[in-house]
Design a protein around this ligand. Structure first.
Ligand code: KG4
Ligand code: ZN
Length: 337
């Protein structure tokens, strides 16, 4: 059978990334140009700066991905790109690059939802088996997604306010850790212990999440301790924050697994790099031997284009093509696919 070669482009936030993937699971090249060191100076991603750097980098990254794959555009079957969600200016650069390649080389254009990319990154670990539940945890998303079948997405639960990664980043900032805060809290919490009591926010729907109350509780706790002249132990504080946040995440995920009985539970998104989450979920999932727990390798938890090409390969096979008038959609919904 003829192989499928998809070129993927990802530029939704602060990574300019291009990858070429064979048959949806074999990476021929995966180039990521990160802007993190530039945004670090500002304590977060500055959208205007991000889009300008994407403009500078995109052609170079496309060239490098093609070179590394030892293919030319003639060999490529389709051009997949992140249509949304993300920062409009950043997305726009990837969309324009994808449209240009598609038009010039006469290749099908394949729009991909960024989170669907994160989910399909797990195909590099092993084939996805349906039905599955994806626990999507990133800087912009906290979702339990039910996939009854290939390319079918139903949101079982979502955050009512902050995404979990956002909560990590905000708590990190108030305790004086650099951006991005998630990996910093992951490290510092290893030296912490149970000490501070933090509240578990309530949600109306059982499988929904809420993290903004937890973040505010951390801020109030710091203020209170300062007022009382007590020194804060940052390691203990981030430990307690992390345990509370992960407890919420894991207990709801287990509830969903128990109720929906999927064949697989797959983790997706930047926060799935968290060492404590990876440990706790694999331990707890031992109680559910009918559901296989798949944790993506660290390299594909962060934004990359291989995941967009992997999801793009599935979309390509289903004939889900875009036209040249397609635009970036910063708040693209998953069920609009
Ligand atoms: O998937 P991603 O790159 O962004 C979106 O698509 O939204 O995830 C970025 C988020 C950031 O909030 C970052 O702090 C968090 O993932 N993150 C982590 C870890 N590594 C990255 N959070 C907790 N522990 C980590 N080890
Ligand atoms: Zn992402």
């Amino acid at each position: 059978m003829k192989s499928t070669y998809i070129l993927g482009i990802e530029s939704s936030c602060d990574e300019t990334a291009v990858a070429i993937v064979k048959n949806g699971n074999e990476i021929l090249s995966n180039v990521v140009s990160s802007q993190i060191n530039i945004h670090k100076k500002y304590g977060g991603v500055v959208p205007e700066v991000a889009s300008r750097i994407h403009v500078e980098n995109i052609s170079v990254v496309i060239d490098e991905a093609l070179k590394k794959s030892e293919l030319s555009m003639d060999d490529i079957d389709g051009v997949a790109f992140t249509q949304g969600p993300g920062l409009i200016g950043s997305l726009h650069i990837g969309v324009q690059a994808a449209k240009t390649l598609s038009w010039y080389f006469n290749k099908p254009l394949i729009p991909v939802h960024h989170i669907i990319g994160h989910i399909y990154a797990n195909q590099f670990v092993e084939p996805l088996e349906f039905p599955l539940i994806a626990l999507v945890v990133s800087g912009g998303h906290t979702e339990l997604v039910w996939m009854k079948d290939e390319w079918s997405f139903e949101i079982l639960g979502t955050t009512q306010d902050d995404a979990i990664g956002e909560a990590y980043d905000k708590v990190a900032r108030v305790v004086g850790l650099p951006y991005p805060g998630g990996p910093e809290i992951d490290k510092l919490a290893k030296d912490g212990k149970e000490h501070y009591k933090l509240p578990v926010p309530k949600t109306e729907k059982e499988l929904d999440f809420s993290f903004s109350g937890l973040k505010s509780a951390v801020i109030q706790l710091i203020d209170r301790e300062k007022r009382n002249g007590n020194e804060i132990n940052n390691a203990d504080l981030v430990y307690c924050f992390q345990e509370t946040a992960l407890n919420i995440l894991i207990s709801k995920t287990l509830k969903a697994v128990n109720e929906w009985k999927p064949k697989q539970l797959v983790l997706a998104g930047g926060v799935s790099a968290n060492s404590r989450l990876r440990y706790l979920i694999s331990e707890k999932m031992k109680e559910y031997p009918e559901t296989k727990c798949i944790i993506p390798p660290l390299w594909c938890t962060t934004d990359n284009a291989a995941m967009i090409a992997a999801a793009g390969t599935v979309a390509f096979k289903r004939g889900l093509f875009g036209t040249l008038d397609i635009a970036a959609d910063p708040s693209l919904e998953m069920n609009e696919e």
